[in-house]
Design a protein around this ligand. Structure first.
Ligand code: WTA
Length: 635
């Protein structure tokens, strides 16, 4: 059991040094001792950040579901694997044991096979947070199909783009979903999306809200009768360690979202190892991550990481404010949750409510609190620490990305002393570097720069689906022989890292990454709009909110502007989803541009942030006069 569970700071430094000195034997030992392989690897690692090409555990054979399910059956078949907590607190929670999960995943896998899905086929999953979501993900992995989960808050257009990009043969959805007091018509969205997708042959529909929906003859099937008729045995497809496990889309600063491709062996090893250490996971724990499985956090730390450790993982269907703002804490008390992992935006929104919502519940089961998705500000950190953790539960501020597959920088609870707003230290195997704008590494302490990694780790994405060139340009071309994250960071006197935010045109709103270009493209499709530019500005709950500067083809009367604002947000909702709506829309006669015609976002960002005292030199602009106009009318 060497190196696996780090127990004190001295051991952390020892393990960390080993992981840098001998990365291959470090990961090899972990892979060897903690997982089931059908065949051992020929080579632990081969890599080249120029091509780029990265391979871990090459030649090894395995199935990840054998590691997440089958191997636990002998020792903990009757233990709860997935604890499903429904949207409505009056509906009973469902405890799915490892034995039951085994059967349900196999049945689902057999249904997929009967519909012609096999190894390497892409399956799009567009489901709410119900057990079928986790089960369908695992069923794909069982037969070697590549799942592409799309968050069930994305619009029909966004869904169809993702389905077409990876040529999915099947869509798995439900008749609808519950979100607090509301229901959403997911099947209607799928139907609309599929008008633009010719690759999809079958749609499987889970029943959740019992609404009347249209079923298209020859394409759509209700899931349950098929599951009921399917065998509970399905032999796992034996995969190569480097076979793709899934595709997950993330927004880039430009154009089409990027379909990040994660492979099987390295992803499994890394998510399992980090889950164990970052959450101080112990056998009797009840672990709860509030993310949606539609995001990477849910893939790695609701499904794969916890199940690979044989943990009990909570899946929550609802929202933090329903039926009231005490819901999270009610669930913690009810299930005696030991680890609670959420996003700063959720903490900030709950911190605005009365403390009675918290104090009504017994939270003494908690032992680790986690944060992910965006920088956690000091105030939110203290609120979380004081009121939820009662100063007893360490907070792990975990920094990572869809692309990294697993947590990269984080305290290890009860090991690493924490400081608010610092993600602290790299986990073993992770080698960060800060770079300056000229491409030099910044050594030493008390420095800031752009966050990169100089050595591969097992769970890094291997490519962008269908576009390796874009993978290379986005992550490996800014700095030679480095993976570039797109984030800025500083390193303090003890070597702790603090993330300062994105340095590209991605804005994180309520923990969701949004590229500005796709939003601008959506707005520009409005017939009245000539041009637009989106920037972020600070928001006390969402972290950042979106501010849009829009020029119109004809200026029109200002009384029309409110209608236009609604229409613009409607366009965004249709093209991307409600998460990308603008908080502020300012109509302006022009946008500040450089002589080469590039929009000067730096100026727009400052105006949106009300930092107009120091706009820098605007005299080189093509149209300096618009700056004053924009300032005078700023919202
Ligand atoms: C940001 C989420 C500060 C960061 C797992 C990163 C964070 C982007 C943190 C990835 C954190 C994530 N502190 N910033 N603890 N965690 N970020 O792909 O800008 O949805 O690049 O992955 O979120 O977001 P993604």
């Amino acid at each position: 059991m060497s190196n696996y569970h780090i127990k004190d700071l001295e051991e952390y430094y020892k393990v960390y040094r080993k992981s840098v000195r001998e990365p291959e034997s470090f990961w090899e030992e972990i892979a060897e001792e903690h997982f089931v392989w059908r065949k051992r690897w020929d080579k632990v690692l081969s890599w080249d950040f120029k091509s780029p090409e990265i391979k871990w555990f090459e030649g090894a054979k395995l199935n990840i579901t054998e590691n997440c399910i089958d191997r636990h059956l002998f020792t903990k078949g009757e233990k709860t694997a997935i604890l499903f907590e429904p949207n409505d607190p009056k509906e009973a929670a469902e405890h799915i044991t490892y034995n039951q999960l085994y059967k349900r995943v196999n049945q689902f896998a057999n249904v997929l096979k009967s519909k012609g899905i096999g190894k390497g086929d892409r399956v799009c999953i567009y489901l709410p947070m119900i057990p079928e979501l986790a089960i369908s993900v695992l069923a794909c992995a069982r037969i070697g199909a590549i799942h592409s989960v799309v968050f069930a808050g994305f619009s029909a257009t966004a869904l169809s783009m993702r389905i077409n990009d990876s040529d999915c043969k099947m869509v798995i959805t439900s008749d609808g979903s519950y979100r607090g007091a509301k229901t959403l018509d997911l099947k209607g969205i799928v139907d609309e999306a599929l008008e633009a997708c010719s690759c999809v042959e079958n749609v499987l529909v889970a029943k959740r809200i019992q609404s009347e929906i249209l079923m298209k003859e020859g394409r759509d099937c209700w899931l349950q009768p098929l599951l009921d008729a399917a065998s509970t045995e399905c032999a796992p497809e034996i995969m190569d360690a480097e076979d793709p496990l899934f595709i997950l889309y993330t927004s880039g600063s430009t154009g089409m979202p990027k379909g990040m491709v994660h492979t099987t062996g390295g992803y499994m090893v890394y998510t399992a190892y980090t889950f164990k250490n970052v959450f101080n996971y112990k056998e009797e724990d009840v672990y709860w991550c509030t993310a949606d499985i539609g995001w990477i956090t849910g893939h790695s730390y609701i499904v794969y990481g916890p199940l690979a450790n044989g943990a009990t993982t909570v899946m929550f269907e609802g929202v933090p404010s329903y039926p009231d703002c005490g819901r999270f804490w009610e669930v913690v008390e009810k299930h005696k949750v030991t680890q609670f992992y959420t996003a700063p935006t959720v903490i900030r929104s709950l911190a605005k409510e009365k403390l009675d919502f918290v104090n009504a519940y017994d939270l003494s089961s908690l032992k680790v609190l986690g944060s992910v998705g965006e920088p956690i500000n000091e105030e939110a950190w203290h609120w979380y620490n004081d009121n939820i953790g009662k100063k007893q539960s360490p907070i792990v501020d975990t920094w990572w990305q869809t692309e990294t597959g697993g947590i990269m920088l984080s305290p290890i609870p009860y090991v690493t002393p924490t400081i608010p707003t610092f993600a602290t230290l790299p986990l073993p195997g992770i080698q960060p570097a800060l770079m300056d704008e000229l491409g030099n590494e910044i050594e030493g302490k008390q420095v800031d720069g752009r966050l990169c990694f100089k050595y591969p780790w097992p769970s890094m994405a291997r490519t962008i689906w269908g576009n390796h060139q874009r993978y290379k340009e986005t992550y490996f071309s800014t700095y030679e022989n480095m993976y570039f994250t797109g984030d800025g960071a500083l390193r303090d006197t003890v070597g702790y890292y603090r993330i300062t935010g994105r340095v590209d045109d991605v804005i994180i709103v309520s923990g969701h990454n949004l590229g500005t270009a796709p939003i601008e493209d959506a707005i520009n499709e409005h017939p009245a709009v000539a041009e637009s530019a989106i920037v972020g500005f600070e928001h006390d709950v969402k972290g950042n909110a979106l501010y849009g500067y829009v020029t119109l083809k004809e200026t029109g009367e200002s009384r029309m502007h409110d209608n236009l604002r609604k229409e613009i947000n409607q366009m965004i909702t249709e093209h991307i989803g409600p998460i990308a709506k603008l908080d502020k829309i300012q109509f302006t006669g022009g946008l500040p541009k450089t002589r080469s015609g590039k929009i000067m976002r730096r100026i727009l960002r400052k105006i949106a942030g009300k930092e107009t005292s120091n706009l820098g030199d605007t005299s080189t602009l093509l149209n300096p006069e618009v700056v004053q106009e924009i300032m005078d009318n700023a919202l």
